[in-house]
Design a binder for this molecule. Sequence first.
Ligand SMILES: Nc1ncnc2c1ncn2[C@@H]1O[C@H](COP(=O)(O)OP(=O)(O)OP(=O)(O)O)[C@@H](O)[C@H]1O
Length: 249
Amino acid sequence: MTEPLIRIEDITKRFGARTVLRGVNLSIPRGCLYGLIGPGASGKSVLLKLITGLYRPDAGRILVEGEDVHQMSDLELQKFRLRFGMLFQNNALFDYMTVGENIAFPLRRLFNLRDEEVVERVAERLRVVSLPGFEDRLPAGLSGGQKKRVGVARATITKAEIVLYDEPAAGLDPVTSQRIFELLRDEQRAAGATVVMVSSDLDRLLTVTDRVGMLYRGRLVFDGTTEEAKTSEDPYVRQFVHGLTEGPL
Ligand SMILES: Nc1ncnc2c1ncn2[C@@H]1O[C@H](COP(=O)(O)OP(=O)(O)OP(=O)(O)O)[C@@H](O)[C@H]1O
């Protein structure tokens, strides 16, 4: 088996007296679209933030291409983060910037590109997310789905090799959600990126994932292919994946 791109080894994370992750082990292969699922407050977002080095673990380590994320110096960490594209829960669009400026933001921060090139790449991203010509609009004037799509454009503009999405389709209608998931998958395939995605919209998430991991009360209770998740006999996985009211959850 080839070395996984991301290797999570025995990670424990506490906030004060509260233990949020308890000895989580997980490997994410290169080029995989990995879905992280589990009930609310099970530690999914915290795990994403640990992978990028935004949080430090209390025990265990996270290796990305063999490099220990939490042993890096601040400068190394800054460089390391260039390898990530991210879309977090609230979109985090800057309200005072136009759509075009928002999308260009990671590009300008990370690379020294000519203006024409930035403009071209922003226009290309806007076409990909089906918002051509939206450069001069302000986020406040967009619908929820449009904001998410701008977020996707921004998360993918640097062509990062690892992209993390936290609830990319939260609050959207089913059709728009499905479109967002398909867009994310198409982008992932086109770029050959490794994607880790948290979503509670399982019906749609599982149409695009290669593998799935389930967290429950800070423990990883399942890791397998999407098909294995759908057919799992494990009572926790079965109840969660099929949305059953009866079961151990
Ligand atoms: N910075 C923080 N300080 C203190 N507690 C935190 C912090 N971040 C997360 N937590 C706690 O960690 C637990 C797990 O949070 P997390 O956001 O990872 O859940 P989640 O699985 O993503 O849930 P949801 O699906 O509800 O977003 C929660 O109880 C949350 O309150």
